[in-house]
Design a protein around this ligand. Structure first.
Ligand SMILES: [Zn+2]
Length: 52
């Protein structure tokens, strides 16, 4: 878990914001976890697309 995961879990951050954060944070992050976060963002995006 990282800040991005926490914020997504709390729905405090939009997918776009999280992607931006990820870009800024990825240098200090574990490569495997970056993939996890990206997968999570894709899920959230699918889950929220189509809703107002
Ligand atoms: Zn995380």
């Amino acid at each position: 878990m990282c800040l991005i995961c926490v914020e997504i879990a709390k729905s405090k951050m939009s997918v776009n914001e999280a992607r931006q954060q990820l870009r800024e944070m990825r240098l200090g992050m574990d490569k495997d976890h970056i993939a996890e976060v990206e997968a999570k963002l894709d899920q959230v995006e699918k889950a929220t697309s189509g809703k107002p």
